[in-house]
Ligand binder design. Structure first.
Ligand code: ZN
Length: 136
């Protein structure tokens, strides 16, 4: 008895070196010359099978970095710590993890928002400090 067969379409993607368009095609052998659907330039296809997943630390760093608008250093400090840990983790397992950009955005967001918020926080706290000092 003939087993039921379903054709499996495995898509491979690559960027056209001429126009930069991201192209998807059914799995072809690495090094096959293909024609770009956008600019009609032939090019040698090197499929980039990106099976890496985003680092959870990097995602958390980005989320906390953005959350530091509301929670200042409560979110900003862990955002920087997780961002740095994510970058180390991604560098060590670069074939399995991605999201370095997310971690950097998280760190930058946490730092810049922290820097913006610190003077605001200081203007709120200074009168309280002065009141404490003059009260003695
Ligand atoms: Zn092209």
């Amino acid at each position: 008895m003939e087993p039921f067969q379903t054709p499996v379409h495995c898509l491979a993607t690559a960027n056209c070196p001429h126009c930069g368009t991201r192209l998807a095609t059914e799995m072809v052998d690495d090094g096959t010359t293909v024609l770009c659907a956008a600019c009609r330039h032939p090019f040698i296809f090197h499929p980039s099978t990106d099976l890496r997943r985003f680092s959870r630390k990097a995602v958390a760093s980005l989320a906390l970095g953005l959350a530091s608008t509301l929670f200042w250093c409560l979110a900003g400090v862990p955002a920087v710590v997780l961002g740095v840990l994510a970058l180390i983790e991604i560098r060590r397992q670069h074939d399995r993890l991605k999201g370095g950009e997310l971690a950097i955005v998280g760190i930058v967001a946490a730092c810049s928002l922290g820097l913006i918020c610190t003077p605001i926080l200081a203007t709120f706290l200074m009168p309280a400090f002065q009141a404490l000092r003059s009260g003695k």
